[in-house]
Design a protein around this ligand. Structure first.
Ligand code: NAD
Length: 350
């Protein structure tokens, strides 16, 4: 049952959705709306069981609460999952049925693209609900959030450099970038313009050759990126890359990048700290895209978004200081700060 599901924490509302004509089966989880309506992506995935889908949506919606709180957004945490194969089962009728389900929640949940869904799909959802962000520009949205996510990571790395080396300066530093996709590529552009040297890797050889040509980057095979001689490691591909196998290989002083769920397990954050490596918690440093899409609700203002994205650097400095003063890993310090924001908002609401 929902109440006994492993990742059920203190979710406010979990909604099961079915629409027989379109074949839609989905779960929407609203974890916490203390700070505002719950924002989070809508994932479509061929889950092996309903229990697996439920676990995923409960875990991800909870993560969104802390991500929004750490980004100083007046938003709560939510998530939706559609059970099905996006390559074969996604139809306009199914997406519209999902739009109706979102609309029925009256704005308590705001949806966006995620794994298995695209901005174009959200054009369909948008026909049935206004509670959508991350729409294409033609539909009044802000388009691709990746360049803004990259900018947030860049500001975050500047803050980490200031904390570690005394000045927010990346000129002459070497950054090992894992993954040259939407975010990784834009991050390389910013780092290159700032005078940093790049060591890059990707499983797609074409992307690597382009980065070597465009940025004078050095390339290494994917498995060698962890031991690359560099000052900073910026993971921008997949999660769980900070683990028992990779940590002993690191020669860097800072880890910070866009990938979600970088720590394989919580204790790997402590292991990084013990090795003297400054870790910028992923859910804080990669919030730029979310800050951008969230701004669609109040009328997009580029200057305001940029100020808020720069704020990622300030949040990280506070997290680094808290981590040092309390002798705890940075991830735990980030969670503490997010929880404090939530409980102070809850007190004011009473
Ligand atoms: P993407 O799919 O465009 O890029 C990922 C890149 O990583 C691809 O070039 C892929 O070939 C490469 N890659 C995959 N496996 C690899 C491996 N084993 N070694 C090296 N490279 C590998 O994705 P993206 O939008 O750039 O996002 C990157 C990461 O950041 C993801 O974890 C995503 O969840 C996270 N993230 C993205 C955003 C955003 O705005 N796009 C926001 C927050 C978090």
């Amino acid at each position: 049952t929902v109440f006994s599901a492993g990742d059920f924490a203190d979710h406010e509302q979990v909604v099961f959705v079915a629409d027989e004509p379109s074949g839609l089966r989905a779960i929407i989880a609203i974890h916490d709306t203390t700070l505002g309506p719950a924002l989070g992506g809508c994932r479509m995935y061929p889950y092996a069981s309903e229990a697996e889908a439920l676990r995923d949506v409960l875990r991800l919606s909870r993560g969104m609460t802390f991500k929004a709180a750490a980004a100083n957004l007046d938003l709560g945490g939510g998530k939706a999952v559609i059970i099905g194969d996006p390559r074969t089962q996604k139809t306009p009728a199914l997406l519209q049925a999902m739009g109706i389900a979102v609309e029925r929640l009256g704005g308590r949940y705001i949806t966006a693209e995620d794994v298995g869904t695209t901005v174009e799909d959200f054009g369909e959802l948008h026909k049935k609900t206004k509670h959508v962000v991350g729409l294409p520009v033609e539909l009044g949205g802000t388009g691709d959030p990746s360049p803004t996510t990259a900018r947030g990571v860049y500001y975050g790395l500047l803050a980490a450099a200031r904390h570690r080396w005394g000045e927010d300066q990346l000129a002459g530093k070497t950054v090992a970038v894992q993954g040259l996709g939407n975010v990784g590529w834009h991050l390389c552009e910013l780092l290159h313009a700032a005078g940093a040297k790049l060591v890059v890797t990707d499983v797609d050889d074409k992307r690597v050759s382009r980065a070597v040509a465009a940025f004078g980057a050095t390339s290494v095979p994917p498995e060698e990126i962890y031991g690359a001689r560099a000052d900073i490691f910026a993971p921008c591909a997949m999660g769980a890359i900070l683990n028992d196998e990779t940590l002993p290989l690191f020669r860097v002083e800072i880890v910070g990048g866009a990938a979600n769920n970088q720590l394989a397990l919580d204790h790997h954050g402590e292991a990084l700290r013990a090795r003297g490596i400054l870790y910028a918690p992923d859910f804080v440093i990669n919030a730029g895209g979310m800050i951008r899409v969230a701004s669609e609700r109040e009328g997009f203002d580029e200057a305001l978004v940029d100020r808020n994205v720069k704020g990622i650097g300030d949040s990280l400095l506070a997290i680094f200081q808290r981590s040092e003063s309390e002798g705890i890993q940075t991830n735990a310090a980030a969670m503490l700060l997010a929880r404090e924001r939530l409980s102070s908002a809850a007190t004011h609401r009473l």
